[in-house]
Write a protein that binds this ligand. Structure first.
Ligand SMILES: NC(=O)c1ccc[n+]([C@@H]2O[C@H](COP(=O)([O-])OP(=O)(O)OC[C@H]3O[C@@H](n4cnc5c(N)ncnc54)[C@H](OP(=O)(O)O)[C@@H]3O)[C@@H](O)[C@H]2O)c1
Length: 279
């Protein structure tokens, strides 16, 4: 099977490449070699590679900056994804694309199923919602994987920052009133390869097992660093950011568990493997 990975230099893109199964002929494209907003280049590359599947891990992911440049976020996360879908349909390639818990407003009190009403509360979430809609409208055969709170060895992430602060002995305040599912990028990548092999289409929530606040995640990491006393709780209101965040955005992963034959490992297990890797 011929598989193109776009955004191959990003956190998830890197782990998709690293975990590709042997039967896959992989064509990884970091941003430097293929910009997904350059439609002519994307079309030429599709014609050249003739992929069976295109995995789009490229995205505009600067959540706070998107508030001041929403058009740029939509250009990458919306319009380019729709165009990719149309081009993929023309060459008969399936598309696997990633979306986010930030398409939801976070007012729920129980995990979000795939069908729940999407109502983003920030510009990044709106751009990702545009991508979901444009890809579905393109007519391409596709799987949209919504995930959340990703962390991995490549790139910045909250767990990495917490580990660095704990190791440096820095007192740290973390919000206790946002709840989600921390997700280890290699676990997500492995699940995606399984879903790809099984030909799963539609929308699917994939995240590590369990739920946590950011404070829970930080507490786990500071405990592992032997520095639990350096951590204190605060509220989102005490830590204003340009973009609003959903208060509760836990994704219901029952559909993925059915398709994969079981849940992903717990987020704590993911954090422990992350901390055991060379950071
Ligand atoms: N991180 C999370 O917590 C999270 C949560 C939910 C969903 N997701 C989704 O998961 C997917 C992967 O995210 P990630 O965490 O791996 O993000 P990431 O580390 O920021 O990777 C995204 C990659 O896309 C590249 N890119 C940006 N604009 C591009 C363009 N026009 N053409 C080609 N490549 C471009 C970036 O390159 P540069 O670095 O050079 O800009 C980067 O390498 C995204 O769809 C994201 O929305 C992420």
């Amino acid at each position: 099977m011929r598989v193109m990975v776009l955004g191959a230099g990003g956190m998830l893109g890197h782990d998709l490449v690293a975990t590709a199964p042997p039967e896959v002929t992989l064509f990884p494209f970091p941003r430097a070699t293929l910009d997904i907003t350059k439609h002519d280049a994307v079309a030429a590359t599709l014609a050249d590679v003739r992929p069976d599947v295109v995995i789009n891990a490229a995205a505009y992911t600067l959540v706070d900056r998107a508030e001041s440049e929403p058009q740029e976020a939509v250009r990458v996360n919306g319009a380019a994804v729709g165009a990719l879908g149309r081009m993929a349909r023309q060459v008969g390639a399936r598309v696997i694309h990633f979306s986010t818990d930030y398409v939801f407003d976070g007012t729920a009190t129980e995990p979000y199923t795939e069908e729940r009403l999407r109502h983003p509360i920030n510009a990044y979430g709106m751009s990702k919602l545009a991508g979901e809609k444009d890809l579905r409208a393109s007519g391409a055969e596709c799987l949209i994987v919504r995930t959340q709170w990703l962390f991995g060895v490549h790139g910045k992430s909250f767990p990495k920052t917490m580990w660095e602060r704990a190791r440096a002995g820095r007192a740290t305040k973390v919000v206790r009133d946002q709840t989600g599912r921390p997700t280890y990028a290699p676990d997500l990548a492995a699940a995606v390869w399984t879903l790809l092999r099984r030909g799963v289409c539609g929308v699917m929530h994939v995240a590590n097992r369990g739920e946590a606040t950011w404070l829970d995640v930080a507490a786990h990491i500071f405990a592992r660093a032997g520095k639990p006393d350096l951590l204190t709780a605060c509220a989102t209101a005490d830590y204003p950011t340009p973009a609003r965040r959903p208060r509760y955005s836990v994704l219901d992963t029952a559909r993925a568990e059915q398709a994969l034959g079981g849940p992903l490992p717990t987020w704590e297990d993911g954090i422990d493997r992350f901390l055991a890797s060379p950071l």
